[in-house]
Design a protein around this ligand. Structure first.
Ligand code: ZN
Length: 130
């Protein structure tokens, strides 16, 4: 098991981690299998999405922010980050990517992303190569 440390610079940010994952895969020297990424945090998530147009990341965050505002009438959680907890569950805490010949089988336009919903801070992403 390897641990990636990923820094976010804003409260809400989508940080591409594809290269970091590829580096772990390369180090493992395993050629065929699956790569499982998992985060133990409750206010960020992991996803796979488009890596070409940065506006996709912008629109993704904008939509979530408008749909799930930080301050919502009736929220009770004392940390005032219930929006981040909800977004974390919607996005999910893990992704799985198959690989062959030492290469992740991502689509041409796919990248792996950490979705930060309560930064800025450092996050850990566990990487298990099987
Ligand atoms: Zn909280």
């Amino acid at each position: 098991m390897q641990t990636l440390k990923i820094k976010s610079n804003k409260r809400e940010e989508i940080v591409e981690i594809t290269r970091e994952v590829e580096a772990v895969l390369c180090e493992s020297e395993i050629k065929d299998g699956i790569c499982v990424l998992f985060t133990q945090h409750t206010t960020c998530g992991l996803t796979i999405n488009e890596n070409a147009d940065p506006d996709v990341k912008h629109d993704f965050l904008l939509f979530l922010k408008n749909t799930i505002p930080q301050y919502y009438e009736g929220f009770r959680h004392f940390e005032h980050n219930s929006d981040a907890h909800i977004k974390s569950s919607l996005v999910g805490a893990s992704v799985t990517v198959p690989f062959e010949n030492g290469k992740l089988l991502l689509g041409r336009w796919q990248g792996i992303y950490l979705c930060e919903f309560d930064g800025a801070r450092e996050r850990k992403v566990l990487v298990k190569i099987i």
